[in-house]
Design a protein around this ligand. Sequence first.
Ligand code: SF4
Length: 247
Amino acid sequence: MTERTIRLEVFRYRPEQDDEPVWQSYDVPCREEWVVLDALNHVKDHLDGTLSYRWSCHMAVCGSCGMRVNGDPMLACKAFLRDLPDRIRVEPLDHFPVERDLIVNQDRFLDSLSAAKIWLIPRKPAPEGEEYRQSPGELAAFRQYSMCINCLLCYSACPQVGLNSGYLGPAALALAHRYNEDSRDGGRLRRNETTASNEGVWECTFVGECSEVCPKHVDPAGAIQQMKLASSIDWLARPFRRKDPPS
Ligand code: SF4
């Protein structure tokens, strides 16, 4: 049963026909329990099949439906209409090139993952015929930072991402911290080559918006401050190491 009609103002950009983005409005009959993603799906299914946006799980797990809702980076599947006014403006995430409508090009983030070496670099091989074992305490040291769903809300919220196109950004650095804190990993010094550079943690001015908008409570701002401390200690210890690790 329809309980309310909202006006959805949607950012449209169709490169084959639009020289620049335009706003398009839709009146959407909606239900109390709907989220912004439901309203977009109603538009797509009943009003305008040309509207383009990403989504998949509808349960804040896949990270696909990140966008700005009335200016704030949110997952469209977590943005309840009951918490929003009758006029809702929907835009693509900030600081990424727009491919089409609400879809952004994510290459910058994917390149940052490679640059920050977001994978396990084993400290030593697992014992013959065995898997690595970790204690609950060792798991707890990095578990929070492994909860990232790559939604990129933190990139949209971060002013430094907008100012420095080379900045690795909050999620890539939080994920680097996740591996640095993993008891199986020995790659922190190799990651430091990028994560401790001017395009890594030292570009962060600790505004903290990345942690405010994160839907999974990863706290990238906290991770980055811990990385600043760890990389400073690594730098001070440099004269006492036998040799730097291979890159
Ligand atoms: S750190 Fe949080 S806001 Fe950033 S990409 Fe991961 S889940 Fe999304």
